[in-house]
Structures are given as C-alpha cells and as structure tokens.
Design a protein around this ligand. Structure first.
Ligand code: ZN
Length: 306
C-alpha cells in the first residue's frame, strides 16, 4: 500500500483536472472496522513469542470525555506500538482508567449520580472515543481501577505493607473544607477557598496512613544507575527519593523540662545557631501555654485555624 500526503494529492488533482478529497470519515471507519473484526490488536500475552509490552499512564474518567490533549500524549505511544509490530514484535498494549478517587468522586457529587454509575458511563464513552481515534489498544485488557476486581489488589498491597510494619498511622495537616466535610488536594484550594463550594479552607490535623518508603531509599538510588534514562529524569527521581544524610540533634530549653529534636545535614555548623523556629502547625504552637517559659513567641505567619 502506498501512502500519499495531502499536498501531493492536491497537486495530482490539479494536474488531471479532477477534485480529490481525503474522505477521512470513510477511510478511518473502513480500517477501524477491519482492525476490530480481524482482532489484530487482541493478543494473549501468555501465548506470545517475541513479546513487547507497552503501558501508558491511564486517563482519569473525571471529566466525561477525552480531549485533544489526551491524544497529544497517547498518539506517540500508539505510533511506537505500531512501529514495534512492523518490526515483527508481538505487542501487548492494554489500556486502563484511573477511575477511583477524588476526581471521580467530585464529578459524581457535581452531577448528583452514584460514582459507580457515572464512572462506568464515562469509561464506556472514553473507550468509544479511543476506538474512533483509531488507537491500537488491546481493549479486552482494560483495567478500571474503580472495580473490585482491581482494587482487591490495592487492598492486598496495603495489608502486606501493614503486616510487615511498613504502614503506620500518624497525624499530619491537611486541607479541610468545613462545608463539604472532605479533605482537599492542594490543587483544589483556590486562593484559600474550596474550588467546589467557595468556602474558606482550613488546615486541620488528621490521622493518616504513611508508608515507610524511606526504608527503600538506598535500593531505589542504586537501581537508578542501571537505567538508561535521560539525566534530567534520573535527577528528578533522585530528588523525589530525597535521601539526605545528617544527624538528629537534641535541643534543651533553658528553664524548661522539654527538649526537641532537629534534623540537620550540617551538624558541623551548630556553633553558629542563634535561634530555632517552629512551623505554625507544630503542636507546641497550637498549645501556647507550654511555650511561656524559656521560649519566645513571634507570630510571623497566619496561624492555622482549629
Ligand atoms: Zn467545599
């Protein structure tokens, strides 16, 4: 099959005096039906030889449809999958939907529908859009993270971490909307107000689960060396792992029984310390009488509300 570009077609049309247009609706439908019927993208990874696995980041079905920005990202990987097939590889290229969480919940609240109903509807619509875009996904391999068949594995991962002492609960500040009675992500707070209802957002200490990924920092850092990634990406990963070496220093308070601990990467500069400041959300700042003796209070930032 020979492909001709659009300008070539136009030129050819002028020369022979006929009007030629690229009937993309017909051409695309013809080939998309053909791919669907022949099942050329449906593969069973267990029976494949010369396997090639491609997985892209899943879209959120929080809006009800895909837009051009999605294809800007997914189009490239679809071309890559097709290129690998032409190289003789058997490509397993499934797709999924990151469908469980705050964005899906917000969409459901906004439209007054049960999240399972709105999410399933959005996922089906987006699947149809993907098919019309002519993507070469193995659609039967679809993952929908809001379905119990998927999140039972999230629960399994959590219980495994918990049983091995790698998950622990502690208090940490979060954005809290009094009117919606929910925690908000930083992106959902617009100039101190809730993006959804416009009420003022406050910082509140809530008990949350934390995973001890720091225990794996060395292994993650060592494995980075074996990756053939651009140096910029490796640097970003390094910063994300964020390992720093230093010491925990105990500070005593003059005339007070309490002491506090500080982490520093430069214990050699301690002789130059003239004062120590506390973050406004530190429990000591929320409990002012404790600070009356030996500590001086200087309010330099807006106090969080309780
Ligand atoms: Zn709100």
């Amino acid at each position: 099959m020979k492909f001709v570009t659009l300008p070539t077609l136009r030129k050819f049309g002028q020369k022979v005096g006929v009007r030629m247009a690229f009937e993309f609706k017909d051409v695309e439908k013809k080939w998309q039906d053909n791919w669907k019927q022949s099942g050329m993208f449906d593969v069973n990874p267990e029976e494949m030889e010369d396997k090639y696995y491609i997985l892209v980041m899943f879209p959120y079905p929080s809006g009800d449809r895909l837009h051009m920005g999605h294809w800007y990202q997914y189009g490239l990987m679809d071309s890559w999958a097709r290129y690998q097939r032409l190289q003789g590889k058997q490509v397993y290229f499934p797709m999924g939907f990151d469908a469980f969480g705050l964005p899906a919940e917000n969409y459901a609240i906004k439209h007054g529908v049960h999240p399972d109903i709105s999410t399933t509807k959005n996922v089906n619509y987006m699947k149809e859009q993907f098919q019309k875009m002519g993507v070469s996904y193995h659609f039967d391999g679809n993952v929908d993270t809001s379905k119990p068949s998927y999140y039972k594995w999230t629960q399994w991962v959590f219980s495994t971490l918990y049983k091995n002492g790698l998950a622990q609960k502690k208090e940490a500040p979060v954005n809290w909307c009094l009117s919606c009675q929910t925690v908000l992500a930083n992106e959902q707070v617009q100039e101190g107000e809730c993006e959804r209802c416009g009420s003022e957002v406050e910082q509140r200490n809530l008990s949350q689960w934390f995973f001890q990924i720091t225990k794996y920092a060395d292994r993650l850092l060592n494995n980075l060396e074996s990756l053939d990634w651009p140096s910029k990406t490796v640097a970003m990963q390094n910063n994300w792992i964020g390992k720093s070496t230093g010491a925990q220093i105990q500070f005593a308070i003059k005339g007070h029984e309490k002491s506090f601990e500080v982490f520093t990467t430069r214990p050699d500069t301690l002789f130059g310390v003239t004062y120590v400041t506390f973050a406004p959300e530190h429990p000591w700042c929320l409990n002012l009488p404790l600070m009356s003796k030996g500590l001086r209070l200087k309010n330099t930032s807006k106090k969080p509300k309780r």
